[in-house]
Structure formats: structure tokens, C-alpha cells
Write a protein that binds this ligand. Structure first.
Ligand code: ZN
Length: 435
């Protein structure tokens, strides 16, 4: 048992409370109480909030930061650069890149990651002897970084509405949805421990034929299900041509719109799509720093929330890994699109980044409360960014950045990483996959 004493902690519905002891028993919180500093407690000075959930990550995209920003282009030109990196990945170099990327996440205050994983085969499109070798590497990387992981194993069968995969895309494909299901079932049956959840993903309605969406959606009936949804106008146009409906409506017809679905992006959705996603109580993962980096557009986050959808956040392409930036970007983008301020309150954004996110990944976490995973992130309120900002939710969302994180406790374990060593590991891992 370890006792922490938070100078000031965010207790969700109870708001900010000064002087909170948090008892941690193994990986979970066993007591929360307002009281003076006990003599044996570890002090957490500043603001303490629950750990953040990174609900949409592609670990290897970290290799593109600073490289893909050169020159002009759009999502599709960025995708060619991403494919170049994907082509060079092998289990060993991917493990090292994912480990360093996940360490960057933990240092920023993330305590769980939803890894949307679609690289399954070798560079010739053949299965490895261990056909889940990349999944195992990602799980091990998360474990070694001290991060809980929901591995969202993605089914990818076509390059776009019936077009066969070509080039590096053949590394993504299991050839059939049934073969995908068998492989994923094997991974799920391994029961890798409480810090690992195996979920399913429809890569997109482009990449999974409509007749196979149901197979993917029901493969793991109690696990999280994710899908890239309407990130690009081109996807909507092609879907309308092929099926006569939007990607959201296609998912609805195929029975995939449920309360365990996370729709990632939902940038270009119609009013009817918003109502459908809300009525089904879907999660919607916004990735604002990626969406702006790729010039994707601004999705209707506020309208989705008002319709009943549960909004979460993810770092996706790793252009930025900073939960504070994702939270505030949701509201800032909404301001630019709507011409109004204050659609999202800071408290709502904090809930999206923590409790809602962890729930979507299948973890009871994101609140400083008894029985939850012991994830505590503490921020300095005296830095040049945070000083004089009031010491409340607005300080966290609008004042702070990842540079203000002074302490991270993830699943009950204090994070002890040297940022310089993580930087060196990232540099080496990226060099190995970019040449
Ligand atoms: Zn993605």
C-alpha cells in the first residue's frame, strides 16, 4: 500500500478538492479522503488529475513527425510517406519504435493507449510463423513502457471499395474476414493480463467489404470495436457511389453502430449521421492535432455530444503527443468553425480526455476514486505557462502543456523515465525505419 497526498486534486463530480490522500493498493485506488498531510505520504504538489487515455494511436506514425510536414499535399500524399515507413517495419524495429513512442506518451500523462493496429504480414504479404508477431510486439512495448493497452486489431481487406490491396497494403490484409477473425481470436484467447484488452477494428468502410463488416463487428462481442469514419470527403463520395449511403449509414445497416463502437474522426458526417451516432451512444474519437496536420477538416464534436455520442481523444498520427493540446484543440476548432466560444467547458474536456476515453478502451479508469486504476498525473502550477491561471480545470486545459507534468503514476507504478533517454531511443528507432 502506498499513500499519496495531493495538494489539490480533481475528483470529477466533486470538482477540485484541496488536501486529498489517495491510497494505492497494487494497481488500483483503495482509498480517497480529504485530510491533512499524513507523515508517511508521498507529496504531489500542484494539480493532480486522473491519467489520460490516448484512444487512437498508430505507434509507427511517430517516425513521420517533422518529415511529413515538408512541402505541400494532403492526406493522400501523407499516406504515401506513411506507407514507406510501414514497408520497412519488422517485429524488432517496430518494438523499439513503439516502446519509445509509448514512453513519450507516458511522460506526457497518458496511462492507456488504444493502438489501432493494421500491420499483420511480412513484406511479401505472407504470414509470419507467429501470425500475431506485431501484435505481441506492441503489447510488449506498452507493457515495458508502463502503459495499459487496448490493441484494436484492424481488418483490412481492400484498398478501396473492392480494389485489391497492392504494394505495402498487402502487409495489412488477412485476405478474408474469416482468416482475420481466426487470427484475432487466437490473440484474444491468450488472456495477456488485466492491463491488456484485445479489441476489433474495421479499418474503414473502404477497406472492409460491406458483407464482411458484420463478421468483424461481432468477432469479439464484448470488446471495444473501432473504425476510421468519414475522415475524408473522398471516402464519403466513394461510399455514396458504391452503396448509395454514407459510411455511417452503411455501418448502421450492417449492425455495427452500438455503444461499444468508437468512430474515429467523424470529420465529414451529415446531420443524419450525427443523430445515428448519438442515438446508438457511440464513442467518437477526435484527433484534432492530426486532423489539422493532415488538413482533414473540423468535425462537429459539440453536435455529436449533444446528440448523445461520447467524445474521446487520440494522438493518431503522433504529429503531437500531448493530451492538453488535444483537449483544448477540440474547443478551439469548434470556435473557428462556429464563430462562438465556450461550446465545451474545461471540465467536459477533462472528462473526455480521461474517464470517457478509458471507458471506451474497456478500462475502469479516469477517475480518482476507489476501485479505479491508480493513474495520477500531477502538474506544476508555478511554471511560466501555468502561473497565475487560477489552478482549476481551465489551468489544465488552457494553460498547461505536457512540459508541466511533474509526476505520472500509471496503474499504481510511478513512472521513472529520463526524457533525454527517451529522446535518444526515439531518434535511434526512427533512423532504423527511415534510413
Ligand atoms: Zn488512424
Amino acid at each position: 500500500m502506498t499513500t499519496y497526498w495531493c495538494e489539490r486534486a480533481w475528483l470529477g463530480d466533486r470538482g477540485w478538492v484541496d488536501g486529498v490522500t489517495v491510497e494505492v493498493d497494487g494497481p488500483v485506488i483503495s482509498g480517497v479522503e480529504q485530510r491533512p498531510l499524513p507523515p508517511h505520504a508521498h507529496r504531489l504538489c500542484g494539480l493532480t488529475v486522473p491519467g489520460f487515455a490516448n484512444c487512437h494511436s498508430h505507434a509507427f506514425h511517430r517516425a513521420l513527425r517533422g518529415r511529413s510536414e515538408r512541402g505541400r499535399g494532403d492526406f493522400w500524399t501523407w499516406r504515401e510517406m506513411m506507407y514507406d515507413v510501414a514497408d520497412r517495419l519488422e517485429p524488432d524495429n517496430y518494438y523499439r519504435l513503439a516502446l519509445a513512442t509509448y514512453q513519450e506518451m507516458v511522460l506526457a500523462g497518458f496511462t492507456a493507449v488504444g493502438e489501432f493496429h493494421y500491420l499483420h504480414r511480412d513484406s511479401h504479404g505472407n504470414e509470419y510463423a507467429d501470425r500475431n508477431v506485431f501484435g505481441h510486439a506492441l503489447i510488449q512495448a506498452a507493457r515495458d513502457a508502463g502503459l495499459r493497452i487496448t490493441l484494436l486489431d484492424a481488418c483490412y481487406l481492400s484498398a478501396g471499395f473492392g480494389e485489391p490491396p497492392h504494394g505495402v497494403q498487402q502487409r495489412f490484409s488477412d485476405r478474408t474476414a474469416v482468416a482475420w477473425r481466426e487470427r484475432v481470436q487466437e490473440l484474444a484467447d491468450e488472456q495477456a493480463g488485466p492491463e491488456v484488452v484485445i479489441g476489433a477494428a474495421v479499418h474503414s468502410v473502404r477497406a472492409v467489404p460491406s458483407a464482411d463488416i458484420g463478421t468483424v463487428a461481432t468477432a469479439l462481442p464484448n470488446a471495444p470495436l473501432h473504425v476510421h469514419l468519414s475522415e475524408q470527403v473522398a471516402e464519403n463520395t466513394a461510399c455514396l457511389q458504391r452503396h448509395g449511403c454514407t459510411p455511417t449509414q452503411l455501418l448502421a445497416v450492417e449492425g455495427a453502430l452500438t455503444d461499444r463502437l468508437t468512430a474515429v474522426h467523424a470529420t465529414h458526417v451529415t446531420g443524419e449521421d450525427v443523430r445515428s451516432l448519438g442515438a446508438a451512444r457511440c464513442f467518437v474519437a477526435f484527433c484534432p492535432t492530426t486532423e489539422r496536420d493532415l488538413a482533414d477538416g473540423i468535425g462537429p464534436s459539440r453536435r455529436l455530444a449533444e446528440a448523445g455520442a461520447r467524445v474521446t481523444l487520440g494522438s493518431d498520427s503522433q504529429a503531437v503527443i500531448d493530451p492538453f493540446e488535444e483537449m483544448r484543440a477540440l474547443e478551439m476548432d469548434e470556435r473557428l468553425a462556429s464563430g462562438e466560444r465556450g461550446g465545451w467547458s474545461a471540465g467536459e474536456l477533462l472528462t473526455a480526455g480521461t474517464e470517457t476515453g478509458h471507458t471506451s478502451l474497456g478500462f475502469a479508469a479516469g477517475r480518482i476514486a476507489v476501485g479505479e486504476w491508480a493513474d495520477l498525473v500531477t502538474l506544476d502550477v508555478t511554471s511560466p505557462r501555468t502561473a497565475g491561471t487560477g489552478g482549476d480545470a481551465e489551468t489544465v486545459v488552457y494553460g498547461a502543456s505536457r512540459a508541466d507534468v511533474t509526476s505520472v503514476i500509471a496503474s499504481g507504478r510511478p513512472v521513472d523515465l529520463d526524457p533525454r533517454e527517451v529522446g535518444a531511443a526515439l531518434a535511434a528507432a526512427i533512423t532504423a525505419v527511415t534510413g
